[in-house]
Ligand binder design. Structure first.
Ligand code: B12
Length: 221
C-alpha cells in the first residue's frame, strides 16, 4: 500500500457515512496535493459507494442513507469533475459521444464518472443527463454528428431501454451511423451481445478503452 492509502480509506468512509462536507474536503485535498484523481475516484470514492450498495442489500441501510451517500459522492465528484475535464486540454478530439441514463432511471453517478473520464481522455462529450427518452439519444446523436452513443442503466427495468435504443436506430435507418456502448451495474457483456450493442464497459476506464477502439474503427473504413 502506498502513502495515499489512508486518504483513500477516508474517502470511502465519508461516502459510507453520507458526509458530503468531508467527501468534498478530501477531494480538494487530492486536488491540492496533485494526486492522481482517477485513482482517487477508483480506489477511494467508488469502494465507498459499493459498500453502501452492500449495506443496502443486507438491509442495514435504507433509502435515506442511500440518498445521503449518493449526495456525498456527488459532492466529491463536483470538486473533481472540472479538474478531470480540464485535463482534456485543447488536444484533437478522439470522437464525439452522446451519453445519458435511460428513461425511468435517475441513477447518474456512474454515468457522470464515465462522462468525466471520457472527456478527460480527449473525447468531446454531450451529456444528456439522466432519465433520457429513447428518441432523445438518437436525435442528439444526429444533431451533434456523434460517433458513439453511450447508454447507462442501473435498473434491470431500464436495461430494456438500451435494447430499445438499438431497435429505434434500426427502425430509423440509422443503425450503421453510430456505435453503441452500454454499461451500468446490472449490464454484462452477454447482455450487450444479446441486444446487438457494439461494446460494453464494466467501469469508467473500460468505457474509455472501448470508446477509443470503437471510434478508431469508425475512422478506418
Ligand atoms: C446511489 C444509489 C441510488 C441513488 C442514486 C443517486 C444518483 N444521483 O445516481 C438513489 C438514492 C437516488 C437511488 C434510487 C433508487 N434506487 Co438505487 N442504488 C444506488 C446504489 C447504492 C449505487 C449506484 C452507484 O452510484 N454506484 C457507483 C457508480 C460509480 O457505479 P455504477 O453506477 O455501477 O457505474 C459504474 C459502471 O457500472 C460503469 N458504467 C455506468 N454507466 C455506464 C455507461 C457506459 C456506456 C459504460 C461503458 C459504463 C458505465 O462505469 C461506472 C464507473 O465505474 C446502487 C447499488 C449498486 N450495487 O449499484 C443502488 C441500486 C442501483 N438502486 C436500486 C433501486 C431499486 C433504486 C430505487 C428503485 C429505490 C426505490 N425503492 O426508490 C430508486 C430508483 C429510482 C429511479 N427511478 O431511478 C437497485 C436496483 C435493483 C435492480 N435490479 O433494478 C440497486 C442495485 C440497489 C439494490 N441492490 O437493490 N439509488
Amino acid at each position: 500500500m502506498d502513502k495515499t492509502t489512508p486518504l483513500y480509506a477516508r474517502m470511502a468512509e465519508a461516502i459510507v457515512a453520507g458526509d458530503a462536507e468531508t467527501a468534498a474536503a478530501l477531494a480538494r485535498q487530492a486536488l491540492d496535493g496533485r494526486l492522481d484523481l482517477q485513482a482517487a475516484i477508483e480506489h477511494g470514492y467508488i469502494p465507498g459507494i459499493r459498500r453502501v450498495g452492500e449495506l443496502w442489500e443486507s438491509g442495514e441501510y435504507f433509502l435515506p442513507e442511500l440518498i445521503t451517500s449518493a449526495a456525498a459522492m456527488k459532492a466529491a465528484l463536483a470538486v473533481l469533475g472540472p479538474a478531470l475535464d480540464a485535463t482534456a486540454a485543447a488536444g484533437l478530439s478522439r470522437g464525439r459521444i452522446v451519453i445519458g441514463t435511460i428513461e425511468g432511471d435517475i441513477h447518474d453517478i456512474g454515468k457522470n464518472l464515465v462522462s468525466s473520464m471520457l472527456s478527460a481522455n480527449g473525447f468531446d462529450v454531450v451529456d444528456l443527463g439522466a432519465d433520457v427518452k429513447i428518441d432523445r439519444f438518437i436525435d442528439a446523436a444526429v444533431e451533434t454528428r456523434a460517433d458513439l452513443i453511450c447508454l447507462s442503466a442501473l435498473l434491470t427495468t431500464t436495461m430494456l431501454g438500451q435494447r430499445r435504443v438499438i431497435e429505434r436506430l434500426r427502425e430509423r435507418g440509422l443503425r450503421d451511423r453510430f456505435k453503441v456502448l452500454v454499461g451500468g451495474a446490472p449490464v454484462s457483456r452477454a447482455w450487450a451481445a444479446e441486444i446487438g450493442a457494439d461494446g460494453y464497459g464494466e467501469n469508467a476506464l473500460a468505457a474509455v478503452t472501448q470508446a477509443a477502439a470503437l471510434a478508431a474503427a469508425r475512422r478506418t473504413p
